[in-house]
Design a protein around this ligand. Structure first.
Ligand SMILES: NC(=O)c1ccc[n+]([C@@H]2O[C@H](COP(=O)([O-])OP(=O)(O)OC[C@H]3O[C@@H](n4cnc5c(N)ncnc54)[C@H](OP(=O)(O)O)[C@@H]3O)[C@@H](O)[C@H]2O)c1
Length: 283
């Protein structure tokens, strides 16, 4: 089976590529320099040349404040590129796996979100991901939409990896690192997302699925936990509130994963167990 994975320079795409290449013939698109996914002709040419059985699309723009400042670029990368892939893969009857985000929800529910809850993004990033889901549904019937919450991993670019960034600041002797107590999600390991996709993508149970590790944490709890696991003094991590940011944020979105258990028998471990494994790569 031949699979294209895009976004391989990134946090998630790098691990999807690493996991899948053990068992499949995987063609990576590392980034825009390989194929600019916003360019319809370039995408069409690449897809027609390689004729994948499955195209896994995880390239995107994920910084919510950058997205808020520059909606046009954001819609091009997150929404138009997704449409380009959906249209060109459908034309050769290739399956598509699209990575979406918990940011399609507004965080007003006081329980975990299931796949069928009402979407209502609160910022441009979330809206671009919401529209991208629609493009996939319109243009490729053989598609899976995988919604993920806040991700962690050890691959991808170090300079944008939140764990590396925190570790560097702690090593440089900084204290009073501020993280919010009022933004809550189920942090999720990229390798676990990749393994779930490996199971889901070979089925024909097309549709939208949440994938996330179990449990929940505020950003403050999460980074304090990581700092302590790395052997730093956890009191150097300080709590703060979100306050006013350029892009509004959803306060609490935890993804319920009972549907992937029911449909594919995928049991997600706790984020703390997954983090234990991930942190081995940060030594
Ligand atoms: N990280 C999270 O916490 C999180 C949470 C929820 C959902 N997601 C979603 O998960 C997916 C992966 O996120 P990530 O964290 O892995 O992102 P990332 O680390 O920022 O990587 C983004 C990737 O997209 C590529 N890319 C950007 N523009 C492109 C273009 N025009 N043409 C081709 N490639 C392009 C980048 O390559 P170059 O820069 O080299 O061009 C890079 O490989 C995204 O869809 C994101 O919305 C992420």
């Amino acid at each position: 089976m031949k699979i294209i994975v895009d976004g391989v320079n990134g946090l998630l795409g790098s691990d999807i590529y690493e996991v899948l290449k053990r068992n499949y013939d995987v063609i990576p698109i590392y980034g825009q320099k390989d194929v600019d996914l916003t360019d319809y002709k370039a995408v069409k040419q690449f897809v027609q040349k390689n004729k994948p059985d499955i195209f896994i699309h995880c390239a995107g723009l994920k910084d919510v404040d950058v997205a808020q400042k520059d909606p046009l670029t954001t819609y091009n990368i997150n929404t138009l590129a997704t449409r380009n892939i959906a249209v060109t893969t459908a034309a050769i009857k290739s399956k598509m796996v699209h990575i979406s985000s918990a940011a399609v929800f507004d965080g007003s529910l006081d329980r975990p979100y299931c796949e069928f809850d009402i979407t209502n993004p609160v910022n441009i990033y979330g809206h671009s991901k919401y529209l991208a889901e629609n493009e996939v549904k319109i243009y490729n019937n053989h598609s899976f939409i995988i919604r993920v919450p806040l991700l962690f991993g050890h691959n991808g670019r170090k300079e944008t990896n939140p764990i590396y960034k925190m570790k560097k600041r702690l090593e440089n002797g900084e204290s009073d690192l501020l993280y919010t107590t009022d933004q809550i999600s189920n942090p999720t390991y990229t390798v676990d997302v990749a393994k779930a996709i490996e199971i889901i993508m070979i089925t024909d149970a097309y549709g939208t699925y949440n994938v996330g590790n179990s449990g929940e944490a505020s950003r403050y709890d999460y980074f304090k936990y990581i700092a302590e696991k790395m052997g730093f003094d956890g009191t150097r991590i300080k709590p703060t509130l979100m306050g006013v940011k350029l892009a509004p944020r959803e306060k609490k979105v935890v993804l319920d994963t009972s549907l992937i258990k029911k449909a594919f028998n995928i049991e997600m471990r706790s984020w703390q167990d997954a983090m234990e494994e991930c942190l081995n790569y940060f030594e």
